[in-house]
Design a protein around this ligand. Structure first.
Ligand SMILES: CC(=O)N[C@@H](CCC[C@H](N)C(=O)O)C(=O)O
Length: 387
């Protein structure tokens, strides 16, 4: 196969869109990615799979005269969302959808890889197809499992996320913090179930949960400097079985976001205090689980990002947009704490938000993304560029 063209890329993206899989279960996606990669020119490629992280793939493109290894990461997992786009190529996996656009991310990575499979780069290029971005911290796992060893270790790392608010194909970026750090929140409230008619003999977990949820809303409004930013979203609650039985247990799941690690720790602490208060005032047990995993704030490296922005800004075919920090999380933040690099947005121009059941990225973004990224990588490896 020669370099993948736009029609082929769109076909690939639609196939990936039809087979979304949750974190660490991306077996069909893995097999399809391997098939597409195996059909590329293998002359410069070395492909690696991992027993310890079976859905991950790394592809090293051997450079002609390498001075460094430049990493490029794409995530490959999907979300537990039931698709409602009505597209002819919508998800064939019930209850699972590429509602965060990782199908676009993978396709762009394949497009860039296919270009360099035909045009040998000067430096080494390392493509990392990473499982488990939405949960389970695949980036951190990969690092801790020692996947980035020897020639598989990038000197610098790049990765993108699609952005429905930007025009299709636009590249968005900023110096400093691009994305928030997050902490996953799990709260179990253990009360005492009973008959609906005799609340005095029970410890109602639903009433305790309702009060907890309301009190949590005061953390951001009353404990955080209004000039700073933080978010707490409690996205899931489960309690009870039937209307006339008082629930003895409630479970709440959510996520905390902050642009700095200090902010996340402050919100973590206040949440623990609210849980302690609910425990005391309702006579229930409240168990709070906080797990940051690898979702550290995404901090762009100053030098590399300055260079990246300069290229995107100065290239007439690229629509560059300087963006604000976003409260989305990304486990690429962990990898950027280990390897210098840059994360950026790729515009996909859609009215639906990320994580919505109707997300329909504009596919024109794919080829424009491939062109912008291959152009940047060529520039980064060129003699013209300041070393
Ligand atoms: C880009 C994006 O949407 N990322 C996810 C990352 C999830 C982090 C973690 N599992 C959490 O829920 O806090 C996001 O929700 O921002």
């Amino acid at each position: 196969m020669t370099q993948l063209n736009e029609d082929q890329l769109i076909k690939i993206r639609r196939h990936l869109h039809q087979i979304p899989e949750l974190a660490l279960q991306e077996t069909e996606t893995h097999a399809y990615l391997m098939q597409v990669i195996s059909e590329m020119n293998q002359q410069y490629l070395e492909v690696r799979e991992f027993d310890e992280l079976p859905t991950a793939i790394m592809v090293l493109v051997h450079g002609e005269n390498p001075r460094r290894t430049i990493g490029y990461r794409t995530d490959i997992d999907a979300l537990p969302v039931t698709e409602q786009t009505g597209l002819s190529y919508q998800s064939t996996h019930p209850g699972v959808m590429h509602a965060c656009g990782h199908d676009i991310h993978m396709t762009v990575a394949l497009g860039v890889l296919s270009y360099f499979s035909e045009h040998q780069p000067t430096d080494n290029l390392l493509f990392f197809f990473q499982p488990a971005e939405e949960s389970e911290a695949g980036g951190k796992r990969a690092y801790e499992l020692g996947l980035f060893k020897d020639k598989w270790c990038p000197d610098e790392f790049y990765g993108l996320h699609d952005n429905p608010e930007l025009p299709a194909g636009a590249i968005g970026c900023r110096m400093g913090t691009l994305f928030a750090g997050t902490t996953e929140v799990n709260i179990d409230i253990e009360g005492k179930g009973g008959h609906a008619a005799f609340p005095q003999d029970a410890k109602d977990a639903v009433v305790a949960a309702a009060n907890l949820i309301v009190q949590v809303q005061t953390i951001i409004s009353r404990s955080i400097d209004p000039i700073d930013s933080g978010v707490i979203t409690l996205g899931k609650i489960e309690a009870g079985t039937i209307r006339n039985v008082i629930a003895g247990h409630a479970r709440i799941e959510g996520t905390i976001r902050g642009l700095t690690q200090d902010m996340i720790l402050l919100i973590d602490r206040r949440l623990q205090e609210v849980c302690n208060g609910i425990q005391a005032s309702f006579g229930v047990k409240v168990k709070l689980g906080l797990n940051q995993g690898g979702y550290w704030p995404v901090e762009n490296n100053p030098e590399l990002t300055k260079r990246f922005i300069k290229y995107m800004h100065d290239t007439p075919t690229v629509n560059f947009v300087e963006t604000k920090p976003a409260m989305t999380g990304e486990d690429f933040g962990y990898l950027l704490a280990k390897f210098p690099g840059t994360m950026f947005w790729l515009g996909v121009d859609d009215d639906s938000q990320l994580h919505s059941a109707t997300l329909t990225p504009n596919e024109a973004a794919i080829q424009r993304g491939v062109d912008a990224i291959t152009g940047f990588l060529e520039y980064r490896m060129s003699a013209k560029e300041e070393q």
